[in-house]
Design a protein around this ligand. Structure first.
Ligand code: SF4
Ligand code: SF4
Length: 182
């Protein structure tokens, strides 16, 4: 044992340091928030309630019903029902999320090649009824209007998802027929 360690032991230095720390915290203000009277704004990119992105031009969902999000979902809580429209185009008849099963991993957001599904910052949606947590396409679009439309939605994609979609842009074909990957 060194002299320094011996002095520490004799004078209970570490115990005194611990007590000093406790005393210091006795007189600092508490950090507990008195929810729900005191609320904190969700951070950008928080993983709250889902929304389906509404296309500003068409006013309809951006989703094309490819099913990638449902395939990636580890909880298997996304249900998509499509039919065939004009020119064999897929029509999304129903898009539903059973939010009670969701683990908020955001794999669905990451998998979507069209930026058509998001997790909003809204987290206050408790209810007494299980059905309230089964979100239909219409309700998911309403969530977009309420919580993400405008600048918020733009920021969400630019800050968190845009770099990824840019990394996987479309290849271009030159005049000589060479294919250039981005
Ligand atoms: S956040 Fe994860 S668990 Fe929830 S719907 Fe998306 S992929 Fe499924
Ligand atoms: S939300 Fe995206 S990944 Fe899911 S079905 Fe629609 S377009 Fe495809």
């Amino acid at each position: 044992m060194t002299t320094k360690e011996l002095v520490k032991k004799v004078f209970f230095i570490e115990i005194l340091q611990g007590l000093a720390l406790t005393l210091k915290h006795l007189f600092t203000p508490a950090v507990t928030r008195q929810y729900p009277t005191e609320k904190r704004e969700p951070f950008p990119g928080s993983r709250g309630l889902h929304a389906l992105v509404r296309d500003a031009e068409t006013g309809r969902e951006k989703c094309v019903g490819c099913g990638l999000c449902a395939a990636m979902c580890p909880s298997q809580c996304i249900h998509i029902y499509t039919s065939e429209g004009e020119n064999h185009k897929k029509i999304v008849d129903r898009y539903e999320i059973d939010v009670l099963r969701c683990v908020f991993c955001a794999f669905c957001v990451e998998a979507c090649p069209y930026g058509a599904v998001v997790l909003t910052g809204h987290y206050e949606y408790s209810d007494y009824n299980r059905d309230a947590f089964y979100y239909t396409k219409e309700r998911l679009l309403e969530n977009w209007d309420k919580y993400m439309s405008g600048e918020k939605g733009k920021e969400y994609f630019e800050k968190f998802w845009r770099p990824k979609s840019e990394d996987f842009g479309f290849p271009t074909v030159s005049r000589t027929g060479d294919i250039k990957n981005p």
